[in-house]
Ligand binder design. Structure first.
Ligand code: CA
Length: 431
């Protein structure tokens, strides 16, 4: 552990008393979701912590201050303004914690790999002293980086460069939460678990999503940037023949969460971006998981943009960019069990080795509405392509998802949205 105390630069101190965005004196912390702006506008709308009294408006510059402001996930209306970069992997004095600082009971990665090598351990799930040590170590990291967010909370970045690094925001069994103008970076798991029975070849599983909505309702996520910046999984080594994954989802929406709007945000440099519904057996999700995703950018995302089970999801005016060297790209829109995705006017840009038929993948899905889709500047019909080229294990999808979105702002053409999102999506870009 290094001992280095951060000293606030004078410029930052000057910012602390200022409103969230200096350009025009707006106080983002007091702003609420516009009427009609997606599913989070339903049933009373989403106001977050806008009603907070002055004693519950916090400006935080380190993890300790953030934890105090969160107050254990209390439901007192509160506005939490993040200034500069906050690293969740720090101790109570603000000193950086690395993976070795969390390791407990003799855990080392080398010992773990030696103990559960499939060539000697076989295909059973890891168990015994080293798996226990991994769990104990993981619990120590979780205690630092999992941050519970309560009802009636607004999180907002101050200025154009607020960053929350290494944290997993847990919006669990909470109602009425806003997260805006904030970069969330690198929710890095020091202690991935080996799952020998996942996907035939086994796989590494990391624990943390940058934001996890679990039993949450009325959530508005706007102008955030979420990525693995600085720590991409593609640079991780291979162990047991599989990439040693350090990250789970960027934004996962599960366990009967409902009424969510995600707007003008960037999801980048990541494998599994957004999971809506985490199990075919989670029938409590039926009728819930209603989510609107509009004017977001998915840049260099391998899969799940989003992957949906059960939910009625309105996906409009989003921009997808797959870079030329993305040889691990899998798909963008995942059509899962009982999902009802209404996709309109989305724009995709992808290199030559990716075809429009690759953009949609179905797992037990039955329907997808799509219209106005652009692929490399040309109109395409994702539904017809999916049905023409799907694999033998996939059923044809119908275009009737059983609902038509009513809660939404103006729907632009895909071409206009593509340009607007390139200019305006992400943290630090509220104008
Ligand atoms: Ca997850």
């Amino acid at each position: 552990m290094r001992k280095a105390r951060a000293i606030l630069p004078l410029a930052l101190l000057g910012l602390l008393g200022a409103p969230a965005h200096a350009d025009d004196g707006r106080d983002l912390g007091r702003e609420t979701l516009a009427a009609g702006d997606g599913w989070a506008a339903a049933a009373g709308g989403t106001t977050g912590g806008a009603a907070a009294d002055d004693a519950h408006v916090f400006t935080v510059t380190d993890r300790a201050g953030l934890v105090r402001a969160l107050d254990g996930g209390s439901a007192t209306p509160k506005i939490i303004r993040i200034a500069g970069t906050i690293d969740a992997n720090t101790d109570d004095d603000g000193d950086r914690l690395d993976c070795a600082d969390y390791a407990a009971d003799g855990y080392t990665k080398r010992a773990y790999l030696a103990a559960y090598d499939p060539r000697t351990w076989g295909a059973a799930r890891p168990s015994g002293p080293l798996e226990d040590a991994r769990k104990a170590s993981a619990a120590r990291q979780a205690e630092r980086i999992e941050l519970a967010v309560g009802s009636h909370t607004t999180f907002v970045g101050l200025g154009d460069d607020a960053v929350l690094k290494g944290a997993s925001l847990r919006i669990a069994d909470a109602d009425n939460v806003i997260v805006r103008n904030l970069e969330l970076r690198d929710a890095y798991d020091c202690f991935p678990v080996w799952q020998p029975n996942t996907g035939g070849l086994g796989d590494w599983k990391a624990a943390y999503d940058n934001i996890w909505l679990r039993g949450a309702s009325h959530v508005w996520i706007d102008h955030v940037t979420i990525s693995d910046k600085g720590h991409p999984d593609e640079r991780e080594p291979t162990h047991f023949g599989r990439t040693y994954l350090r990250h789970d989802g960027l934004l996962d929406i599960t366990n009967a969460s409902d009424l969510v709007t995600v707007s003008w945000s960037r999801f980048a440099d990541h494998d599994k971006a957004i999971l809506i519904g985490n199990g075919d057996a989670a029938t409590a999700d039926r009728g819930r998981l209603r989510v609107t995703l509009h004017h977001n950018e998915f840049d260099t995302v391998v899969q799940r943009a989003p992957r949906v089970r059960f939910g009625r999801v309105h996906l409009y005016n989003n921009r997808y960019v797959v870079p030329g060297d993305a040889h691990d790209y899998r798909y963008s829109i995942g059509v899962g069990t009982e999902s009802a995705v209404y996709a309109e006017n989305n724009a995709f840009t992808a290199p030559g080795h990716i075809e429009a038929a690759d953009l949609v993948k179905s797992w037990n899905g039955t329907a997808l509405h799509q219209s106005g889709t652009l692929f490399n500047g040309f109109p395409v019909d994702l539904l017809a392509l999916n049905n023409a080229y799907n694999s033998g294990s996939e059923r044809d999808l119908t275009g009737d998802v059983g609902w038509t979105p009513v809660l939404h702002g103006p729907v632009d053409s895909a071409a206009a949205a593509d340009r607007a999102v390139a200019r305006g999506a992400g943290a630090g870009r509220i104008r």
